[in-house]
Design a protein around this ligand. Sequence first.
Ligand SMILES: [Zn+2]
Length: 108
Amino acid sequence: MEHDQPLVRDVFPDLIAEVATLLQEEGESELAVSVRDVRLVGECGCGDDFCQSIWTEDHPPGQPFGVGHRCVPLLPSKGTLVLDVVDNRIMYIEIVDRPPMRRRSVER
Ligand SMILES: [Zn+2]
C-alpha cells in the first residue's frame, strides 16, 4: 500500500483533534483512534463554497459505498461533520458550513 498521501492530522491538526473528541463523546472510541491515522486522499471537489469535505480512502466517484457503510454524524459547535465509514474504515469526512480550515504545509 502506497503511503505518499499526508496524514490528515498533519495537514488539518485542529480538525482531527475536534473529530477525535466528538467521536469519543459519541462512544465511537475505535474510530476516535483510527481517525488519527487517516490520510488526505483528496478533496470533495464538488466546488461548493460551504463544503470542505475530504476523502480519506480511494473511492470511485459517484459509486455507492455499499455493504458495511454507515454514517456517523457528529455534533460540532459549528456546521456539520459527518463521517462515512465502511467496515470501520473512515472513507470520507463531510465538512459543511464550517469556518475555513487552517492548512498546515507538510514536508514531503
Ligand atoms: Zn463537497
